[in-house]
Design a protein around this ligand. Structure first.
Ligand code: DLL
Length: 440
């Protein structure tokens, strides 16, 4: 089902006209109402009227996380505070959190867009949707909640955590759609196994997962263990939250970007030049309809590629590949670039390894070193030393082939790597210990 076919299936030439009209309107708004944008544009020597085609967008300055910091908390808002009806924020691991504001109309748009995500992922009016994303300042819970209501589905706003209770609710309330992070979905599957609850005892049909990178192998693992169809959806708080793009259940190959609300580009993060369709680089998003907090050429730091292909679902929207990671997640180990998602992809290809892992990064002298901690499955871990050694060798070799560099591997006991109800912590970075805490 397509929630807003008039937009989602719009002929592409019409869509471009709509985008251009909305872009011009957005540029005028920010130029008039947001001093920080006006200043940036003046410094770049460009005015809204200089933008004469969609491609001209490349002449506009980028917006980054630093702009949020410099204008903390409300400086980038384009409306008076009395028009703002909701605030969310992202925790931000460094420095001040990012604060985002929504007008009434923004909330309306947002629920339509998350309704699109849910519909694309196979959710219908008669579904029972369990939202196991956190509610609160995080955009995941509330964002998808309103979309599910908009669709007319039955919403269970359980929020994240209390895994046994999640399972009891799924079973007793007849949940048919699960909404959370992919790593939490896997954890739910694991606890179900411990509790002796099989997928056949549930009515679960589909899972809509997002908020963190996950691989095709992980999708297969989750689908198998929960007995569902799993789709990916993407978004970020700065731009809106969930509802920027979502996969359709028909193709499960890339996330349709809701281009009538977002203009997307992929750039080379070093040269900052836009890249042609199909090439991998950093995703840059311009919001076309947001009122409270419009963003012009926001550098997401997420790595993906954009491509157009006819889709069996009928949507004419461009697709983005599953984001493979963030520019700031990339590790450079002896000159080789490595993303945690590559480690995930490779580990899941090995028999006897559970999908739980962590990467420990440390610095020895001037060199970064990385160690991959992998959970062995129960039968292997408690098997003979010889078997363990064999597995360790197999993992080390497979990772070396997949990553192009030899990394240390440590087998850890089943269930010792921390499970979270939100985003998984894949990398433990020991390089940035505060110097006053160190003994050396
Ligand atoms: O994670 C919004 C969201 C909630 C999206 C629920 C989907 C579902 P933030 O906490 O601001 O917002 O984190 C945004 O998470 O820049 C990506 O790095 C990452 N991310 C989000 N979705 C995906 C995905 C929400 N499907 C940051 N695949 C983004 C890979 C994702 N990474």
């Amino acid at each position: 089902m397509i929630f807003e076919p008039e937009y989602e299936c719009m002929p592409r030439d019409e869509l471009k006209i709509l985008q251009f009209y909305r872009l011009k309107r957005q540029l005028r708004r920010v130029y008039e109402r947001v001093p920080a944008y006006r200043k940036k544009m003046e410094e770049a020597g460009i005015k809204p009227e200089d933008i004469r085609s969609l491609e001209d967008i490349r002449y506009l300055p980028f917006t980054t996380k630093d702009d949020f910091r410099e204008n903390y908390p409300y400086g980038l808002f384009a409306v008076d505070m009395e028009e703002i009806v909701r605030v969310h924020s992202s925790s931000g691991t460094t420095g001040k959190p990012t604060v985002v504001g929504y007008t009434k109309r923004d909330l309306e748009t947002w629920s339509n867009l998350t309704a699109r995500v849910l519909a694309a992922g196979g959710v219908r009016k008669n579904d029972v949707v369990q939202i196991a994303f956190g509610y609160g300042l995080f955009t995941g819970g509330f964002g998808l909640h309103y979309g599910a209501e908009k669709l007319g589905a039955t919403v269970i706003p359980v929020s994240s955590g209390q895994t046994k209770r999640q399972i009891m609710i799924m079973k007793d309330y007849g949940t048919t759609a699960l909404v959370c992070t992919p790593s939490y979905a896997l954890h739910i599957a694991e606890v179900m196994e411990e509790m002796g609850v099989s997928p056949e005892e549930l009515k679960l049909k589909v899972g809509l997962f997002g908020a963190e990178p996950w691989t095709e192998n992980m999708r297969q693992e989750i689908e198998k263990r929960l007995g569902i169809d799993a789709t990916d959806n993407y978004g970020l708080s700065e731009v809106m939250g969930p509802g920027v793009s979502g996969e359709c259940i028909e193709a499960k190959s890339g996330l349709h970007v809701f281009e009538d609300h977002f203009y997307v580009e992929v750039i080379n993060p070093e040269t900052e030049e836009p890249l042609p369709e199909g090439e991998w680089g950093e995703l840059v998003i311009t919001t076309l309809t947001k009122e409270g907090l419009p963003l012009i050429r926001y550098r997401t730091r997420d790595i993906t590629r954009l491509y157009y292909e006819e889709c069996p679902c009928g949507r004419t929207l461009i697709k983005m590949s599953k984001p493979s990671g963030r520019t700031d997640d990339m590790l450079i180990i002896r000159g080789v670039n490595i993303f945690p998602s590559q480690v995930e992809e490779a580990l899941l290809e090995i028999e006897g390894v559970s999908p739980h892992f962590q990467i420990i990064v440390d610095r020895k002298g001037y060199l970064d070193e990385m160690e991959v901690w992998v959970e062995a499955s129960e039968n292997i871990f408690f098997d003979s030393m010889k078997k363990q050694k064999e597995l360790l060798d197999r993992i080390t070799e497979h990772l070396q082939q997949a990553l192009g560099v030899k990394v240390k591997v440590k087998l850890v006991e089943p269930k010792t790597i921390e499970r979270t109800a939100g985003k998984a912590k894949r990398v433990i970075d020991r390089r940035e210990l505060p110097s006053h805490g160190r003994k050396d």
